[in-house]
Design a protein around this ligand. Structure first.
Ligand code: CTP
Ligand code: CA
Length: 220
């Protein structure tokens, strides 16, 4: 175990981590989702548990093995993820929203497979709840960690999310890069704090980033 790990003590902390992309069904065979692999959130959950925290991982459909010692809660849609997080929120000390929650879902679910017609199909999408924003509004004692996935104006957009969602620590992610981020085992991020401080974590494993994030969290 690395040195950082020996110094971080999260024992007694109840931590909810979310991971993976949500899946929004259209009909029995079709759905909308995104490129999130869940690896960042899983690394956070695994390391938080190793540092002694009591961890619940609320995840979307991902291709990753369950983590021993972590309460695993499987969800599909953003709505399901929201309700699983909200029902545990009051008791939680920390929520880390690493999931790539779908911003929109199809307005209706078709019970039968939609047959194609000669014309085009206009699929109407409606807004999902912004889980992190809601947590920010209902915050009492909890610390909130958010992520920002951006393809442009990384720091500016991330700063806005930190403020607008009442987050304590924001991890800013450039998802336009091919070598890091979505799907990769590595990432390069900026950590943004409420007091305006910023820290860059240069390209490294998601494992190391998870440890650095948890280390910052433990000193908040
Ligand atoms: N998030 C959330 N619920 C949503 C959408 C996002 O809780 N419906 C959380 C994510 O888990 C992440 C943070 O909000 O921690 C930022 O997500 P991101 O997609 O980067 O930003 P959005 O606020 O959704 O804005 P946009 O996608 O337009 O950039
Ligand atoms: Ca979004």
């Amino acid at each position: 175990k690395c040195r950082a790990e020996q110094l971080i003590d999260l024992s007694g902390e109840k931590i909810i981590v979310t991971a993976g992309g949500t899946v929004e069904p259209i009909d029995p065979v079709r759905f909308l989702t995104n490129r999130s692999s869940g690896k960042m959130g899983y690394a956070l959950a695994e390391n938080a548990a190793a540092f002694g925290a009591d961890v619940t991982l609320v995840h979307g459909p991902v291709r990753l093995a369950d983590i021993p010692g972590v309460e695993m809660v499987e969800t599909v849609t953003a709505d399901e993820m929201a309700s699983e997080v909200l029902k545990r929120y009051e008791e939680a000390d920390v929520v880390i929203m690493a999931a790539a929650v779908a911003d929109y879902r199809p307005e209706k679910f078709y019970d039968e497979k939609v047959k194609k017609s000669d014309g085009d199909w206009n699929l109407r999408l409606v807004r999902n709840v912004d889980i992190l924003k809601l947590l920010g509004e209902r915050k009492t004692k909890q610390k909130l960690v958010g992520f920002a996935a951006e393809t442009e104006n990384l720091l500016e957009n991330a700063q806005k999310k930190l403020t607008e969602k009442n987050v304590d620590l924001l991890v800013a992610n450039d998802v336009s890069r091919k070598d890091v981020g979505f799907g990769s085992d590595e990432n390069e991020v900026f950590l943004l704090f409420r007091n305006g401080a910023k820290k860059k974590i240069s390209k490294t494993s998601k494992e190391k980033i998870a440890q650095d994030v948890l280390s910052e969290l433990s000193s908040l």
